[in-house]
Ligand binder design. Structure first.
Ligand code: SF4
Ligand code: SF4
Ligand code: FES
Length: 885
């Protein structure tokens, strides 16, 4: 350790730290402009000058390493004079327009001038001006859908472009010209629209970059700042919501180094306007004479209760089912399942609406069945080899992607990046090896990789020969040449990839939506278990299997027991001891048999066994992979209730619609993909008569004669801790800093960063042969249809964000240029996409990242009803394309 003094304050820091870092440690304030903790040091602005005893000149604190016995002064006359000089220089050309600048009140230049600057300027010449429009006073230039530049205010700290280059790997903004003519700009007609663009606005220390959506709407000191969590993807970035007079004005990052390191994607930053959308439902609606009409709580509750009781009495509790939500809080989902189990008496519960074949419910510590991240987001930085399999990680998980990039670009022994996907992704250019397989053949690819590991004896000595022989025998069914033909990948490529995996020191696997939503997901996950076991990676440091759920609280919905066969904490419904323990806590009985899962519930409706369905916070008509089937099915119900923030397509079919609060209007917790439970607070009151989901269910329960005692969501958090051992130590007031990762067994437990129980290998050292279904060829429908999400959108929710729609406004279909040429199609033209199930018209975009013979259509746009093309029973959907007439 190095000892030094700063302004007479003794401080000890590690060798290699700078004076600035040491000063921060003892609370000495040194002004900075170009320095940022997460960026490389530039040392350009010189505002951080300090005096160091025995040094001949002033030193910049941000780039001067500490030395033993160093004596530093930050407030001597020499330092003060230098600081005033720097600020005076910066103000030579900077317009003194604080009253009309959107950054006023949170501007570093304003703050530093006030603290350290001078109130006189000796500069009497005309200021430099970048005139954009001679009729405007402001010289603003819109350089992207959401980013506005005013170059007059730029102090050339280069933080914006350094962030883009160093952290995000984006190059759509740069520094142009030299000397006093230097400017930050985009290339002509190429607006900045990368998914991290909003961070440039936040990182800019002055008003040179401002946000179109919120500029001039509020002054920062007039808004209340509320801690929240992003509701758009499973990464769980921390947000600050800025509200005033019950209106949301902006969302900014709230640094949590365990998750986001202070950077968020544009979806999380600009998507807040969904909350204030004019189409939010503000009161209950009930169906009268076949039409939904606005109503009130009294009428809605009374109808709801009478119908639920009627169905229960007439057909029994099993005739009722509930769909919960991957977007609702843990508290909402917990109360929902408790209501169903204890008051309605039904285990027919699920939330997995997007999947063709739902995964079996997970069991803790049986790795082949743990559907979560076993590693942590922070731990990705230490990975040696990263395998992305079946995921457009850049679009699905923008902030996890930044960690992967950081790991790969690590100065010492950067991680190797391996990718296997049905199409190329943005990370493709960084991959050491990449395989692009035919969609639907991922299981065969895993078996092909395993086959090489066995044939070339690359397996670990930890695995018994007996197990290896058993697995090898199963793999004999397909020769490598056949596996190569099925997957569309050359034999040599498979061999090279396999050898990379086997020779890697450790392996972190990341699977995304093309795995989690595959009808073969369970077998694929077992395949990965085989791969990790045979190569000896399971249990090794920096190894793990990570299933990345797409939505913000998919993990929480699983944990809360929104499943037909698992109670909160993954306790099997049929486990008598576990069930009885819960019955005691709940003071109520729980049905003993497992209920029906999502698809079984739909079958049950068609078989007239399920008569009443309660949907909380999801829209199956838009998201279930067979639109006609789900519409027809929902129409067969005796009674449908939908609780949501908008009058969704599913809600339009309901008998009762209840208005719910959005994430910004309630408190509670979300659990992100790495099992981190995080707290969100309420920034606004819900619109009109809307209420939090848990409040609605509690009121309903009370009216049904089961009085509920909760007065806040965090009381429910406490009950969850009592009920679910893995949440045992999770209390709202422990979540203020950075959240806690489960398992967290008690109040002294800090949580579990890496899910690697000591005795784990004993339990899972079994290799299980897995077989996969071949994808049939269909000459009538020659194209494979691949669907997914775009980086700027989240399901269909962000369709309601005009900010995000200004960046990516409409749906399209990506096809390979070779296919476009054959079909005589050009970018922007309309194509007719037909499947055996239905057809849609959509604009074409040529994209070399899509394989010939494959079509990619994002699922994010209301007007493009992609799910009319999908077949819930097919492994892979196929389509044909023709120029639209
Ligand atoms: S635009 Fe802002 S962040 Fe970028 S160089 Fe100028 S002052 Fe710095
Ligand atoms: S959408 Fe995901 S990556 Fe983007 S800010 Fe929200 S949680 Fe973070
Ligand atoms: S902050 Fe030290 S030189 Fe800019």
């Amino acid at each position: 350790m190095i000892s030094l003094t700063i302004d007479n304050k003794p401080v000890e820091v590690e060798e290699g730290k700078t004076i600035l870092q040491a000063a921060k440690k003892v609370g000495v304030d040194i002004p900075t402009f170009c320095w940022h903790e997460k960026l490389k040091i530039l040392g350009g602005c010189r505002v951080c000058l300090v005096e160091v005893e025995k040094a001949h000149k002033l030193m910049i604190a941000c780039n001067t390493p500490v030395t033993q016995g160093m004596v530093v002064w930050t407030n001597t006359p020499k330092v003060i004079k230098a600081g005033k000089g720097i600020v005076e220089f910066l103000l030579i050309n900077h317009p003194l327009d604080c009253p009309t600048c959107d950054k006023g009140g949170e501007c570093d230049l304003q703050e530093i001038t006030f603290k350290y600057g001078t109130d006189k300027s000796r500069f009497v010449e005309e200021k430099r001006r970048y005139i954009i429009d001679k009729t405007s006073t402001f010289d603003d230039l819109r350089i992207g859908p959401q980013v506005i530049r005013n170059q007059n205010r730029c102090i050339y700290c280069l933080k914006c472009i350094r962030f883009l280059k160093e952290i995000a790997g984006e190059y759509d903004m740069g520094a142009f010209m030299r000397g006093w003519r230097s400017e930050i700009n985009i290339l002509p007609a190429v607006p900045i629209s990368n998914v991290y663009s909003g961070n440039t606005v936040e990182i800019c220390p002055v008003g040179a970059l401002t946000a179109k959506s919120w500029r001039y709407l509020i002054r920062p000191w007039t808004a209340s700042k509320v801690k929240s969590i992003c509701p758009f993807c499973g990464d769980g970035c921390n947000l600050t919501l800025w509200a005033r007079l019950n209106k949301l004005y902006r969302g900014t990052s709230r640094r949590n180094d365990k998750v986001d390191e202070g950077f968020i994607c544009d979806k999380g930053r600009w998507g807040y306007d969904v909350v204030g959308h004019p189409e939010r439902i503000k009161s209950p609606w009930v169906k009268k004479n076949g039409k939904l009409v606005e109503s009130n709580w009294e009428e809605a509750y009374s109808l709801l209760i009478s119908k639920l009781i009627e169905i229960k009495e007439k057909y029994g509790p099993k005739a009722l089912a509930g769909f919960g939500s991957e977007r609702a809080t843990n508290e909402d989902n917990y109360i929902f399942q408790k209501f169903f189990r204890t008051i309605l008496g039904s285990n027919n519960l699920d939330f997995r609406e997007k999947t063709k074949k739902v995964l079996p419910s997970p069991a803790l510590f049986e790795y082949s069945q743990v559907y979560t991240m076993t590693n942590s987001i922070e731990g990705i930085e230490k990975a040696k080899t990263i395998l992305i399999f079946g995921s457009d990680l850049n679009s699905e998980h923008p902030i996890i992607s930044l960690r992967v990039r950081k790991s790969v670009l690590r100065e010492e022994n950067g991680a190797s990046l391996l990718i296997a996907n049905p199409k190329k992704i943005k990370f493709s250019s960084m991959a050491e090896k990449e395989l692009v397989y035919k969609f639907g053949t991922e299981g065969f690819l895993i078996n092909a990789l395993l086959k090489i590991i066995l044939d070339e004896k690359l397996f670990s000595s930890k695995v018994s020969q007996e197990q290896i022989d058993m697995l090898g025998k199963n793999l004999e069914k397909y020769p490598l040449s056949k596996l190569s033909e099925i997957t569309g990948i050359e034999e040599e490529e498979i061999k090279d990839f396999s050898k990379k995996i086997a020779s890697s020191e450790s392996l972190m696997v990341f699977c995304g939506r093309w795995i989690s939503e595959s009808p073969q997901a369970e077998a694929i996950i077992r395949g990965f278990n085989n791969l990790l076991l045979t190569t000896g990676k399971w249990g090794e440091k920096y190894s793990g299997f990570n299933l990345l759920w797409e939505n913000n609280n998919s993990q929480g919905a699983l944990d809360m027991g929104l499943l037909p066969d698992r109670l909160p904490g993954f306790v099997p419904v049929e486990d008598e001891v576990g069930r009885e323990r819960l019955e005691k806590i709940w003071n109520s009985s729980i049905p003993r048999e497992r209920g029906l899962n999502y698809n079984e519930i739909l079958l049950g409706i068609n078989a007239e066994k399920i008569k009443g369905l309660y949907i909380m916070g999801q829209d199956p008509v838009e998201s279930f992979p067979d639109r006609k089937y789900i519409e027809d099915t929902l129409k067969k119900l005796d009674f449908l209730v939908v609780q949501d923030i908008f009058l969704t397509e599913s809600a339009k079919l309901a008998d009762v619609v209840l208005p719910a609060a959005s994430f910004a209007e309630k408190e509670g917790t979300f659990t992100n993909v790495e099992r981190r439970v995080q707290k969100l607070c309420r920034a606004l009151a819900p619109p009109g008569q809307a209420k939090s989901d848990w409040e609605i269910i509690c009121e309903l329960s009370t009216l049904m004669g089961h009085k509920q005692h909760y007065t806040s969501a965090f009381q429910i958090t406490e009950e969850i801790a009592q009920v679910s051992p893995i949440y045992g130590g999770i209390k709202a007031d422990r979540l203020d800093d950075c959240g806690i990762q489960w398992p967290c067994l008690n109040l002294n437990d800090l949580g579990t960063t890496e899910l690697l129980p000591e005795n784990f290998l004993n339990k899972t050292s079994q290799l299980v042969p897995v077989d996969f279904e071949e994808v049939p060829v269909d000459n009538e429908y020659p194209f494979i249809l691949l669907t997914g999400s775009l980086a700027h959108h989240s399901g269909k929710l962000t369709n309601k964000s005009s900010n995000l729609c200004s960046i990516v406004p409409e749906g399209f279909c990506q096809i390979n240029p070779q296919d476009a040429e054959k079909l005589n199609l050009k970018t922007g033209e309309e194509v007719l996409v037909e499947s055996p199930k239905g057809k849609i018209k959509i604009k074409v975009k040529m994209d070399e990242y899509v394989n010939p013979g494959t079509v990619f259509i994002p699922l994010n746009f209301m007007e493009i009803k992609v799910n009319v093309l999908l077949d819930k029973d097919k492994l892979v959907d196929r389509v044909r394309l023709s120029k639209a007439g």
